[in-house]
Design a binder for this molecule. Structure first.
Ligand SMILES: C[S@@+](CC[C@H](N)C(=O)[O-])C[C@H]1O[C@@H](n2cnc3c(N)ncnc32)[C@H](O)[C@@H]1O
Length: 399
């Protein structure tokens, strides 16, 4: 296959679906005009690891070098004035774009693909600018090719954009196995998880042992468990977050609404009182550190008294939570979200596949079941928008 090596700056990057992304490239030596470069896995030209590495390397603004060849599907070139190339090898970054300011991308070369991108040039010109409807500002200003509506037209465009975003999110997270159809908002996730924890692990928690809320962010799960149910909790979270009073009030408000299943009458005296008070005085302890081997050694006495490890969208901490709990013979419940497969190339499913999606990560955790820990690793769906599948384990024996 005829290949050429080119060096150029990434002007724009867009992932069209799980298996395909493209970039617009401005070659550095000006021999070529700007062109478009595809990366895909569905035709076997790249494997998932090289695809993901390339995606990260192609940060807009970075200068990269890569080998190109004509697209495997010649139709990709049809009807396009710019040149279209395909890449079947990982790219090398020559000069990374490191500025804290986002690179201001040039407009994408038009008409990405008849088969993958339905947007036609005329439609593009008619549609509102997504930066404008999102933030009410656009770096391109007058030069922007999209509409910048004002007044009522702005409100209409924004509502339409938000609705579309919500629709896209639902499509991306759609899971036919999920029994929850009309789900609770994402903002209630910690409250819903906390109520589920209390119900599911009632037996483990009644001994008085605490909950270790790893990667807990501001500690919302712990606050609900402690102040609503009197369960001792410890938040393990490296980042220090501000916990202003208005945040606590908002949480309490969300809880009251969640408990009654509808908007309470906020002017009612009892509701007012409930807003000011919490049922229990127990408060979470915060440890601003990572869950890692050092933490396990330094906090051995604390871990002895823990009945349950939990992690909600706990990023890089998810698998360490599971492994630590299994090793200690203590219950766990994690709701996986991001996978960080590039940092964890050794995580493979039993069939040899690399763990790159949330679903695969869930399977990966469930496959630890057969390692002889006793008790079955199970999953359940929680009733909130977004990643909502919890993986949990209750050991056979109590301690
Ligand atoms: C997506 S946030 C989730 C926060 C919170 N659980 C929530 O749902 O709002 C992920 C958090 O994981 C924390 N984190 C990442 N790795 C960690 C580790 N090894 N130990 C503890 N926390 C970690 C990060 O600091 C970040 O706050």
């Amino acid at each position: 296959m005829m290949q050429q090596t080119i060096t150029g700056q990434v002007c724009y990057r867009r992932q069209l679906c799980k298996f395909l992304f493209f970039i617009d490239v401005q070659p550095t030596n000006d021999t070529y005009p700007k062109f478009q470069l595809f990366f895909r896995t569905d035709d076997g030209s790249l494997d998932i690891v090289d695809f993901q590495d390339s995606f990260r390397a192609c940060r807009p603004g970075s200068i990269i070098t890569f080998k190109v060849h004509p697209p495997n599907d010649p139709n990709e070139q049809n009807g396009k004035s710019h040149k279209v190339w395909q890449c079947n090898q990982p790219v090398d970054v020559v000069v990374p774009y490191t500025s804290r300011e986002p690179f201001i991308p040039g407009r994408a070369t038009r008409g990405v693909s008849a088969s993958t991108e339905p947007t036609a040039k005329t439609e593009d010109y008619l549609s509102p600018c997504k930066y404008w409807v999102n933030k009410n500002k656009c770096e391109q200003g007058e030069k922007c090719l999209f509409q910048h509506p004002a007044g009522d037209a702005f409100e209409v465009a924004r509502r339409k954009w938000l609705k579309q975003k919500e629709k896209d999110r639902k499509l991306v997270t759609y899971d036919p196995e999920d029994p929850h159809i009309s789900k609770q908002p994402h903002g209630l996730r910690a409250i819903i998880f906390a109520y589920w924890i209390r119900q599911t692990f009632a037996e483990q928690l009644k001994e008085g042992g605490g909950v270790l809320d790893v990667a807990g962010g501001k500690g919302e799960i712990s606050l609900v468990l402690s102040r609503e149910f009197g369960i001792p909790t410890t938040v393990v979270e490296p980042k220090t977050r501000k916990l202003p009073n208005y945040w606590l009030r908002r949480l309490r408000r969300l809880m009251l609404r969640f408990e009654v299943g509808e908007e309470p009458d906020w002017k009612d005296k009892d509701v007012q009182l409930a807003l000011q008070t919490w049922p229990c005085n127990t408060t979470p302890t915060y440890l601003h550190t990572m869950l890692n081997d050092e933490f396990l050694v330094q906090n051995a006495p604390l871990l002895e008294n823990i009945s349950l490890f939990v992690g909600l969208h706990s990023d890089q901490a998810t698998i360490p939570i599971v492994d630590t709990a299994l090793k200690a013979g203590k219950a766990f419940a994690v709701v996986p979200c991001c996978v960080f497969s590039h940092e964890n190339r050794s995580r493979r499913l039993r069939n040899g596949e690399l763990v790159t999606t949330t679903e695969q990560q869930i399977q990966y955790i469930c496959e630890k079941d057969t390692l002889g820990y006793g008790g079955q690793i199970k999953t359940a769906y929680l009733d909130f928008e977004g990643k909502n599948r919890v993986v949990y384990w209750i050991p056979n024996t109590t301690w």
